[in-house]
Design a protein around this ligand. Structure first.
Ligand code: JFZ
Length: 417
């Protein structure tokens, strides 16, 4: 476990604060800013070495349509997502809220409105928990780089940073998640005064859940663009783009996660006891990319039928199941959910199960399935010829055991007597 931080309340308090988050499983990340107008990734200013004075012009041309956040929140709800995290300020340094820390913001320029306020209102309208992404790294602020070499600049920049976080934690009602990002260029939490900053945030928002990217472990780890479970007892959330870019960037359909790929990620995070924060990068006007809408809508339809295998309190599968060619597991106590993604036909065999199966059924319909279990070979019989799931051909079989199930296969095979 991480070091004990001044800002970090007792572990029991953390478990209470994070119960909803663990059980929610699935959230929407939203990357939207001046960079969206260029459509070449949110790092475009850095990658193309666009001078600040040239890049700043984007602050005057950005004219989003009215309340696009309602579209995002409606889609998130429909997709089975339970919370959202939106960029309040990305590395470009443009603030999407009514800040007093800088005039480089959406109220003073371009949009001429508080985009964070609109986002918060939309989340509440659709019953979604609210997360704020905040980039510590800032390519626009004059002290954003020299703070690493000049103590007076560091003081000014840390005061600016803490001031921004204070506003975000004070001015928009109850906020559920603070998602820090990229703590360049200061090389320690002491230089960022991270414990003081997060302590202030938690004092303003007692239920707040905070990630690990202000150089303190805080509440959860953040594997990015890959899924790797943290050590048992440590919360984690995999954040993933839809098509390789966080900010809006057109890409051919093949570059966007398919419905099956999103379900595969959902199964992996559930099996590891973690969360999935899947990103959309809205167009400049705030519209949701068509492929994201289309595929998230299908994911939501699938979750409406199979959510029991994903949401709520789950057990980790590592050390309990081995890989299978026809599918993979998620687990809740004595009930295993077999996500069959390669439908074998009328019979499905699973070897190595050491627990007695009591009941097998289709999760979606509840219809029982006949089975034979002899020694460590389970055969489910009388199945339809093709996968019953017509959304993504991922059919979940609910397997209820007499004791918490365990599968042992190894590399050998049964020796015929
Ligand atoms: C960061 C941002 O740079 C990116 O634009 C996006 O907001 C993402 C969610 O977070 O990306 C990172 C952060 C950390 C690493 C790599 C990319 N890292 O530690 O290697």
């Amino acid at each position: 476990m991480g070091t004990t931080q001044v800002s970090d309340p007792a572990a029991k308090d953390r478990a209470k604060r994070m119960k909803w988050w663990h059980e929610a499983r699935f959230g929407m990340f939203v990357h939207w800013g001046l960079y969206s107008q260029l459509g070449r990734h949110e790092w475009v200013m850095n990658r193309e070495r666009i001078p600040v004075r040239e890049y700043e012009k984007l602050a005057h041309t950005w004219k989003p349509k009215p309340r696009p956040a309602r579209e995002w929140a409606a889609l998130a709800k429909q997709a089975g997502m339970k919370y959202m995290v939106m960029t309040t300020k990305h590395h470009e340094g443009f603030c999407l809220w009514d800040t007093k820390q800088t005039d480089y913001n959406a109220v003073k320029m371009g949009p001429k409105r508080d985009l964070v306020a609109e986002y918060v209102e939309a989340c509440r309208e659709f019953g979604l928990k609210i997360g704020f992404y905040y980039s510590l790294m800032d390519w626009h602020h004059p002290d954003g780089a020299r703070c690493a070499k000049d103590e007076k600049a560091r003081r000014r920049f840390v005061d600016f940073t803490h001031g921004c976080v204070r506003e975000l934690m004070s001015n928009y009602g109850k906020i559920d998640i603070l998602w820090y990002d990229v703590s360049w260029p200061l090389s320690s939490p002491e230089l960022w005064e991270s414990a003081k900053m997060t302590g202030m945030a938690r004092a303003l928002q007692p239920h707040l859940i905070v990630n690990n990217r202000a150089q303190l472990p805080e509440d959860f780890g953040t594997p990015e663009e890959h899924i790797r479970a943290a050590e048992p007892g440590r919360a984690w959330e995999a954040c993933m783009t839809f098509n390789g870019s966080w900010g809006w960037q057109p890409a051919p359909p093949e570059d966007w996660h398919s419905v099956r790929s999103v379900l595969k990620m959902l199964r992996e995070v559930t099996a590891g006891g973690g969360n999935l924060l899947l990103n959309i990068g809205p167009l400049p006007d705030g519209s949701v990319p068509d492929l994201a809408r289309e595929r998230l809508t299908a994911v939501g339809k699938w979750l409406a039928k199979n959510g029991e295998a994903v949401y709520g309190k789950v057990d980790r599968c590592d050390g309990r199941f081995e890989w299978m060619p026809t599918g993979q597991f998620t687990l809740k106590g004595k009930t295993a959910y077999y996500w069959c993604s390669r439908w074998p036909g009328a019979e499905l065999a699973i070897g190595g199960l050491k627990s007695k199966l009591v009941k097998a059924s289709f999760l979606e319909s509840g219809k029982s399935i006949d089975f034979v279990q002899e020694k460590d070979r389970l055969i489910l019989k009388g199945l339809p010829k093709s996968s019953p799931d017509k959304i993504a051909q991922v059919t979940v079989l609910k397997l209820e055991f007499a004791t918490p199930p365990k599968q042992v296969l190894g590399a050998g095979c049964v020796v015929l007597k």
